[in-house]
Write a protein that binds this ligand. Sequence first.
Ligand SMILES: *Cc1c(COP(=O)(O)O)cnc(C)c1O
Length: 400
Amino acid sequence: MIPFQLLAQEYETPLYVYDFDAMTKQFETLKEAFRGKKSILAYAVKANSNLSVIKHFASLGSGADCVSIGEVRRALMAGVPAYKILFSGVGKRDDELREAILSDILYINVESEAELGRVEMVASQLDKVARISVRVNPNIDPQTHPYISTGLHDNKFGVDLDSAKRMYIKAKNSQFLDPVGIHFHIGSQLTQLEPIYEAAVIVADLVRSLSAISIDLKFFDMGGGLGVQYDNEVTITPYDYAQAILGALKGLDLTIIGEPGRFLTANAGYFLTKVLYEKKNGSKRFVVVDGGMNDLLRPSLYKAYHRIEAIGKKGEPSACDVVGPVCESGDFLAKGYELPLMEHNDLLVVHSAGAYGFGMGSNYNTRGRSAEVAFEKGEARLIRDRETFEDLVVLETKYL
Ligand SMILES: *Cc1c(COP(=O)(O)O)cnc(C)c1O
């Protein structure tokens, strides 16, 4: 049990608290599902990019999947070995490619023919060989929220099968490119196995047809996307997930790479916020709290559901909107949520806030981002200071 009330007193609110032991458990469970196979789990840093979180996964043997050179730097700084770092993303600048190649990371996930041309150009300027993997878009509907669906031709991610094949041939024939892997990632918060299996089968078939023309890949990168339980959704078990991937690979002897983000951190994170006041507009009830969309954007961005716990309150619940102080009607943590009557300083704990929580935060309305606390083996420690007003204006004051 995490002593939320004590942590809120000691570190104040709004506050993020991460259960590191829960993160360990998720990591080991997923790793275990692929036991006996060559596999690397590369934690998707964007889910929660706090250095201490990355360091924690690195200590468990995790690699890192990064979508900017900033994330690559974070991973290296947190102790992830370069040979377990991947660089994905649909738009990479030349300077990012240069640094990635010089850092000797495992490979770059290339998402277009144009990008492959840039990677080759940058590698040739450095007189280096860039290891690459192509992100294939298998045109599979992952049946998740449209904003987090990435595996359809409608989405900007990856390339179709024909382009992928052309890219592998180009890479094979280039002295500056080494095609080592293949990658797909069809979406996030996936709760159905079938689309993952179908995508894996399509990609595995491409691996076989490449092998037939002497392009032998080493890494089969199944991306991330494993869903978690926010409410009462039924999710995919790691065991079934692994069986589906292994089933699609059928005898192909490749190292399996996973890029789990949400699965590792979502339910290990809590967002603590205090009630400022209750308010009514006509008959509509609002609970105004000190944390808002600049702290936790998911409800505003995706209408995402987060369970909210009113610590120590036992009154009769009734429906309310839990809203933050930001000047936007879209600033809410929950709508139509059943809560007891709240009072000033009551504590609300927003569950499942460990992924795409803090990282999507902003300084909108000149609000400093909250502090972050790790809870591990019964002890709490600060892993990021609360931002001060000075932090927010430091890049501007010299121009006054
Ligand atoms: C975001 C992302 C992930 C992680 O997705 P989750 O749903 O958090 O597991 C993995 N790989 C790539 C390429 C991504 O963009």
